[in-house]
Design a protein around this ligand. Sequence first.
Ligand code: G3I
Length: 319
Amino acid sequence: CQLDKWAKEAGLKYFGTAVDNPSLSNQAYMKIARDSSEFGSITPANGQKWSNTEGSQGRFSYGSGDAITSVAKQSGQLLRCHTLVWHNQLPVSSSFSRDQMQRIITAHIQNVAGHYKGQCYAWNVVNEVLENDGTFRQSPMYRAMGIKFITHSFKTAAQTDPLAKLYLNDFNIERCCNAKINATISLLKTVIAAGAPVHGVGMQGHSRVGKSPSKREMKEAMAQFAELVDEVAFTEVDIRHTKLPVTAEDREQQARDYVEVVGACLETAKCVGVTVWDFTDQYSWIPSQYPGEGEACLFDNNLGKEAGVYRRGQPPPEC
Ligand code: G3I
């Protein structure tokens, strides 16, 4: 059985993966990435980010983004577009006035969401706007505009691409309950009350083997979001081992952890899908960010299905 086919049979809209530009030349990888029974949705891992689409202010380029989106189009896969406004990979300085920043954000969203208009099932409009303690991240956008940068981003995205589902996306909001989840709820209430169309909450879902949230904890978090938005999704799932090399028990635990995530989504009516933050360890961001940790993905370094978590008893046998 293949993942997207199984996910659809089980009631989800898609099972997806991130794809980054360097992997486009790897034929063995692309054979799997393009297989729409395996992955019904693609998220560009970097191609649509600010630094790739507006490398210097007012100069827009879509080569990296289009290279990924065209794969999804040719393969009949949904696109989860990522991301319009994020503090990272952001070549703008922090010293703009409120009005200047508003114009910069407007131009960026109108150009980028305009370029991809009609192609994105969903856009992660704002990404990682809160700190773990629930305070606002002091990004250049927040410093210039306060919370209005979020409201403004959603409104501009809606005007530019009215059919896309507009998401707020963040990490550490998967496990009920914590300060960041409470802050996310109050942020959602504030921006929705201000007329911003927020359709979805994306829970990134980066976690560690044996420490990742339980199905119950994730369902409780989603239940809170579901009171405020139309849909929720896991948008960047990977579950890394913190000790390498891994044992057989570690792998079994990792498989169980993945199953908890998918199970939480399946048992939440408004959860539309699960996206993994690349499907193979070969292109995982983990080793460069967390030296000594890794093997976080469903497929191993050699794209070995037999060796990957995916084939170790998952997905469920009825598929
Ligand atoms: O493109 C340049 C290349 O020209 C240069 O030679 C090379 C040298 O380091 O860097 C390349 O850029 C890298 C880029 O990925 C493209 O591969 C950046 O250094 C690297 O920092 C960047 O990392 C990405 C990271 O976001 C940026 O913060 C990861 O691939 C990407 O997986 C990661 O994704 C994020 C999500 O967007 C948001 N949530 C967290 C997640 C993991 O950090």
